[in-house]
Design a protein around this ligand. Structure first.
Ligand code: ADP
Length: 503
């Protein structure tokens, strides 16, 4: 029994070669992507698989026995390309090629071919194996791609070998760098660099970076053929083959000279502006400190004038006639007015100098602060929702509200009882506060200038004041990141408004 099995196994072993040959033949037959067939030593076709039929269009029975030169174009036949291929394959063992071949229906296809010589153990040439692929699609895509790149004119697109020698050149490269393909291919790309950059080894560094990280991006001056410079934006990409071997680099360069010149100009302007701003800030700071110290120093003599006028009235009043007393009153009230003026100026300049810490403030609490200082409170109506909060500086907000409310109560016709209404509401992330009065109103032509220091529309006899109140309002609101404005016409009352960030 065991012996019989052994014999059967030996038999199977002995016949295993023909079996696997059959498998191989079937496999080759079934392959469709590759044409695989055998030629005898003179080039006559002896086998034909499904792939060859699919690619060349012939059925096995039509083509077996024919010479393989049937697939070549006339010009290839004239130069005996088929014969040459077989000779090389016979000598070197194999031959590899890409080129146009002809199908059964006469159409062309781009073939990738390997021919291998087949020899017996004694080395006698038995024939050739030929493996064929149809690469028409790939070639078309490559050609489209090449044409696409060649046609690009805005970018210089070219390739380098591993040493940096130029291997391809598109229209854009010719336009930007002025060299025709014929005169630059084969030259080293370092010739585009400035002498300084070459001396510093920049071209080598660019390739080393691209080699190390796959990629290099940079900007700099480069040289055209006529010696002129242009500002280049450059991308260099390392190119590897399927085995991961570096085969060269692709380089895309853009001429950004105009942009660079524009940016440089903007840069110069910015620098000039910064210098001017710094100078102005310095002047402003000087002026601020000057006005501060002057205002400060003015107060002592003012106090003296007022004090001596009062002393004169008290100590020598009985010696003075009415005219002299009237003069004394005028001296006193002028001194008082000037004191108010100096105080307002100090407030105004302080608003620019000091830090104004901002915090959430309930509008109603700010109004409470104002009510304590306003005299004609019965003419004032306040409609502010409870809990409405703004981000502001408390003393500044009180000062702003005070100035607007006092103006509203002050600027009315003599026969009109003043009425001022303060309202507030939230609008998106802002709170808008309005102070409306029934007073004399303001011509729109003056709406801008009344916010400037000392701008007044009336004499001090008609309406007392210094002309600084609204300047304080504007600067205070703006320093709290808000906006201020008004709606008014002459004779129709005025409505001043400001907006501050809601808290
Ligand atoms: P002042 O009140 O000290 O005169 P302001 O800077 O507060 O200074 O105001 C500047 C000018 O704007 C005032 O002199 C006045 O002519 C005008 N003005 C301000 N508020 C009102 C108002 N509510 N109605 C009419 N005119 C106003």
């Amino acid at each position: 029994m065991a012996n019989r099995n052994l014999t059967a196994m030996r038999k199977r072993e002995a016949s295993s070669d023909p079996d696997s040959e059959l498998v191989l033949v079937r496999l080759v037959d079934a392959v469709e992507d590759y044409g695989i067939f055998l030629l005898d030593s003179r080039g006559y076709i002896t086998t034909w698989n499904a792939g060859a039929e699919r690619i060349n269009g012939y059925k096995a029975e039509e083509i077996i026995g024919q010479h393989f030169s049937k697939f070549y174009r006339k010009e290839d036949l004239d130069s005996d390309k088929p014969g040459m291929e077989l000779r090389i394959a016979a000598e070197a063992g194999h031959f590899q090629d890409e080129g146009w071949r002809i199908r059964r229906d006469g159409s062309r296809f781009w073939a990738s071919v390997v021919i291998t010589a087949v020899r017996d153990e004694q080395g006698t040439l038995l024939g050739f194996g030929k493996i064929l692929r149809d690469r028409t699609e790939r070639r078309r895509a490559e050609q489209h791609y090449r044409l696409l790149i060649e046609g690009v004119t805005d970018y210089a697109i070219f390739s380098l070998d591993v040493e940096g020698n130029i291997t391809s050149w598109n229209t854009g490269a010719e336009r930007i760098k002025q060299y025709a393909a014929g005169e630059i291919i084969g030259q080293n790309f370092s010739r585009f660099y400035t002498p300084e950059d070459r001396a510093a080894g920049l071209p080598q560094k660019v390739l080393a970076t691209a080699r190390a990280s796959g990629h290099y991006e940079g900007e700099g001056w480069r040289i055209r053929k006529d010696g002129s410079r242009f500002w280049a934006s450059v991308v260099v990409t390392a190119i590897y083959d399927e085995e991961g071997q570096l085969t060269g680099f692709s380089k895309v360069t853009r001429d950004n000279t105009e942009r660079k010149q524009l940016l440089d100009q903007i840069h110069r302007h910015t620098e000039e502006l910064e210098i001017q701003i710094r100078e102005r800030e310095a002047t402003n700071a000087d002026l601020e400190s000057f006005s501060y110290s002057v205002s400060h120093d003015l107060r002592a003599p003012l106090r003296a004038i007022e004090g001596f006028a009062t002393a004169m009235r008290e100590d020598y009043g009985r010696l003075l006639d009415d005219t002299a007393k009237d003069y004394l009153d005028r001296i006193s009230s002028a001194a008082v007015r000037m004191n108010v003026l100096v105080q307002d100026l100090l407030d105004y300049s302080r608003l620019s100098r000091v830090e104004l810490p901002l915090e959430p403030i309930t509008l109603r609490s700010a109004i409470e602060g104002v009510l304590g200082q306003v005299e004609d409170r019965e003419h004032l109506e306040v409609e502010i929702p409870a809990g409405l909060k703004v981000v502001a500086n408390h003393p500044t907000l009180v000062q702003v509200l005070y100035n607007l409310i006092c103006n509203g109560l002050k600027f009315h016709a003599p026969d009109v009882v003043p009425h001022v209404v303060v309202t507030a509401e939230k609008r998106d992330n802002q709170v808008r506060v309005e102070v409306a009065d029934n007073g004399i109103g303001i011509e729109p032509a003056h709406h801008q200038r009344i916010f400037q220091v000392f701008e007044r529309l009336h004499g001090a006899e008609a309406y007392p004041g210094t002309g600084i109140g609204l300047a304080i309002v504007k600067r205070g609101i703006e320093r709290m990141d808000g906006k201020v404005g008004l709606q008014s016409k002459l004779g129709e009352g005025a409505k001043f408004w400001f907006e501050l960030p809601s808290a």
